[in-house]
Write a protein that binds this ligand. Structure first.
Ligand code: ARG
Length: 461
């Protein structure tokens, strides 16, 4: 049963009655925005200092406010949290109430509009940094498993069909670069949140002579908004963070999918650690890749919340509108899910056993090498492709690979397929060596890549 809320102590006097209980419950954000208590208190302390410098508060009142805020901050830090009451609408109102009558002095020159924008900037800035660190830890885990793979090989695939031999390390290094780009996007998003909206007031600028630059500096912001209306209604920084997180979540989902797939007995490329797998409640033999499946699945939550926030922001008029309150639920959900996913992946990857494959001599995945050989002998690639295609068909008809073809068949296909040339061309290890362009899978190039990745990570610390 919903209680009727009384008139708001903050804005209720011009109203004849309190909000309808359903409306109050619908608009109440304190269950979410209480997570911003620390940021809110920090911002209020800086505002108290600004009001003191502006001569709006006496040093006595400022000192009382500051000690009240400090006490609340201690409670939050000690894990006790704020003593929220059912009638508290949001975290800003709750803190004002908890300060007691002295709290009434806190809002000169400030509205909840710039206050919530400030809290949210502080939150997004810190979250972006935390996500960058989590991405970095995952990159470290990926690099370590890549360094441990040595010269293990398996089939690189396109269309999920065997394509060409690649080093297992080369395959997983692809994920290193994805998360390296994510890390940089998070750091960029951190910079986008590094702008203070303090001084904006409700929308037109504070009516008391506070100095936004010194308040911003006290809070560790790089800069201050140029325009008060932009300052209270901008949520681009949350979208920047959301985009970075959505891309990382998408990368986690691709990694999750490959672990699910490769650990299936039909692939048999990855041995799943027990600590990241689950059993079945009915089939006693089952061992399921639930950790990797959740990495894949939870990306949906992140992508959905990101799209949801963009949709909320679409078409909003200036300046503050209550729709903006939706920013927090979406962003908390994006940050929580992405952070947990990055951390899970960093813990799970080192525990995976990656099994290389003994690619047989004469395997059909060497077909491109045969065509490249003809090209080196001056044959146009299209014609070379056609000739090797015939060799593939002959091998398949013989029920096997290129080793099924005899010397006469090779010679009939092309005089360049001499036994000496074929001895080299049908060796899968040599096929790897031939992929020696700087971004290729030749073992030497992969060593270079590992060294470059290691240098990047070391420089990131
Ligand atoms: N809970 C609100 C939010 O998160 C705070 C600002 C409310 N301002 C207002 N004018 N109703 O957006």
């Amino acid at each position: 049963m919903l209680e009727a809320a009384g008139k708001s102590p903050i804005w209720g006097s011009r109203f004849a009655e309190g909000p309808h209980p359903l409306f109050f419950a619908y608009g109440r954000s304190v269950e979410w925005d209480r997570r911003l208590a620390t940021e809110d208190i920090k911002g209020s302390v800086a505002h108290v200092h600004a009001l003191l410098r502006a001569g709006v508060l006496t040093s006595e009142i400022a000192a009382q406010l500051e000690s009240g805020l400090k006490e609340l901050a201690d409670d939050v830090r000690a894990g006790q949290g704020l003593a929220i009451l059912p009638e508290d609408e949001d975290v800003h109102g709750a803190i004002e109430r908890l300060l007691g009558p002295i709290g009434g002095y806190l809002h000169a020159g400030r509205s909840r509009n710039d206050q919530v924008a400030l809290d949210f900037h502080l939150y997004c800035k810190a979250a972006a940094k935390e996500l960058a660190t989590a991405a970095q830890d995952l990159e470290e885990a990926i690099l370590q498993i890549c360094e441990a793979q040595g010269d293990k090989v398996w089939w690189g695939m396109t269309h999920l069909q065997p394509a060409q031999p690649v080093l297992v390390a080369h395959h997983f290094l692809a994920y290193f670069w994805m998360f390296e780009r994510d890390r940089r996007r998070f750091l960029w998003a951190e910079g986008q949140a590094d702008r203070s909206p303090l001084g904006a007031g409700a929308l037109a600028g504070a009516g008391v002579p506070v100095d936004p630059a010194s308040a911003a500096e006290e809070l560790g912001f790089e800069s201050v908004y140029e325009n008060s209306m932009d300052a209270v209604s901008d949520r681009d920084f949350a979208l920047d963070l959301g985009h970075a997180a959505a891309t990382a979540a998408l990368h986690l989902s691709r990694l999750g999918e490959e672990i699910v797939l490769f650990s299936a007995p039909a692939f048999g490329l990855v041995q799943l650690p027990d600590a990241f797998a689950s059993g079945s409640s009915m089939m006693p033999q089952k061992k399921n890749p639930d950790g990797a499946e959740l990495l894949r699945g939870r990306a949906g939550r992140v992508l959905g919340a990101h799209l949801g926030l963009m949709t909320t922001l679409k078409g909003l008029p200036l300046a503050y509108v209550r729709d903006l309150q939706e920013d927090k639920e979406a962003t908390f959900s994006i940050v929580d899910a992405t952070l947990a996913g990055l951390r899970l992946a960093a813990a799970m990857l080192p525990a995976l056993e990656l099994r290389g494959v003994e690619i047989p001599r004469g395997d059909l995945s060497l077909a491109t090498d045969l065509a490249d050989h003809l090209v080196r002998a001056g044959v146009p690639f299209r014609q070379a492709h056609h000739i090797v295609g015939q060799a593939v068909r002959a091998a398949l008809e013989a029920g096997g690979d290129f080793t099924c073809l005899d010397a006469a068949t090779w010679q009939a296909l092309s005089p360049h397929f001499t036994p000496g040339a074929l001895a080299q061309l049908l060796d899968p290890r040599l096929a790897l060596e031939r992929r020696s362009v700087p971004l290729g899978t030749a073992p030497g190039r992969v060593q270079d890549q590992l060294a470059h990745a290691r240098a990047l990570l070391d420089a990131a610390d």
